[in-house]
Design a protein around this ligand. Sequence first.
Ligand code: ZN
Ligand code: ZN
Length: 254
Amino acid sequence: MRFTIIGSGTLVPDAERGSAAFLLEEAGARVLVDGGSGTMTRLKRIGVDVRELDGGVYSHRHVDHCGDLVPILFALKVGVELPRTRDYPIWAGDGFQGFLDGLYGVYGAWIRSDRWTTRVTELPLDGAGTAMLPGGVRLDTLPANHSAGALHLRFTSPDGFVTLFSGDTGPSDNLIQLAANVDVFVTECAVPGKDPWDSHLGPDDVAAIVDAAKPRRVIMTHLYPDNDPETAVAKVARTGVRVERGYDGLVVEG
Ligand SMILES: [Zn+2]
Ligand SMILES: [Zn+2]
């Protein structure tokens, strides 16, 4: 399995960091994981055309995670020199089909085609979910502590390499459960301290999860500007686990 951070940032405009997006590759299959504003352009910079993707997985429906969905569907629809003829499957939490129906209500035929469909597989928001993705990757999900139908996403390659994406979340026992012994834990660390709304993690929260679950490697993303990255990384590094701040273009292979 190979994944690339396409966007390591947040909803806050940043010249170096796009909104959340990741590319997962296995056995020639390429699946987009989240995809905020600017995802199409940043994918193209690394030679990946959204019209050739094998599908998309969404952690939740906040705009910094799925803002490029409409531009992607428009590109698939119109295609120009690459008209799409196969489905564009989507995996996301319960309610995503209704969200997509709302977008169809706004954009109609501009983002729909009679040559392909978006086959949405909805995963439960009240318990464990699982699905098989292109390339033989297994997706396991549990609900996250966040709004907008949020899930934690754990990907297991056919040869057993495991990558976990926290998605946006506050402190979450489900996240600790999924993080046990994973190879790579890509986690949000939005806030510098304790989030008063309990819907994002701070470095002390991440350190507690890492202490409990012992992932082999931690990559921190989705830091708001007031969260000093060196301080945040240092706090998590005290667990003894390898930790770094993610950046757009970071590639992990395993
Ligand atoms: Zn969110
Ligand atoms: Zn977010």
